[in-house]
Design a protein around this ligand. Sequence first.
Ligand code: IMP
Length: 177
Amino acid sequence: MAFYDDTVEVMLPAEQLQARIAELGAQITQDYRGKELTLIGVLKGSIFFLTDLARHIDLPITIELMGVSSYQGGTETTGEVRVTHDLSRPMHGRHVLLVEDIVDTGLTMKFLLANFAARGPASVKVASLLEKPSRAKVKIDIDYKGFVIEDRFVVGYGLDYGDKYRNLPFVGVMRTD
Ligand code: IMP
């Protein structure tokens, strides 16, 4: 029995996540053929998606990490976004793919897209494993989208509740019973 069996119910099993991520990787490989691509993972939630996605991209990519904080400990975003870890190199002239775990209100991604536009990249696209469109406060075009989910608070595969549950191999919802 796993530590999360009593508290978390599976929503997207590991096999379904991996199959979809393989498809997204193949699509990205095709779209960026002949180009140099930098994947930018948004800490901490995207790291599981980032590393699995990267292994399905058949191109000589580079990887960067960017830390932002929008949650002040609860389950609702405040809309205020703070950079907690910046990139190690300039993005000028580079093809950039921002990799997120979930686009919820869209406020974090809106902030990141504005922040990146100012760095003069050759192009910027967005990959997000999940999207919760019912919660959107701003419209974000997700170029590579894993799954659209309903308005439930999800954990696992990078997503946390109180910084825990990120290491589950699937995406699940907290049990309320
Ligand atoms: P947004 O700015 O509201 O789009 O929120 C983006 C960030 O909020 C994500 O990168 C997650 O870290 C966090 N978040 C949003 N929804 C959930 C959820 O259901 N579970 C865990 N974290 C979430």
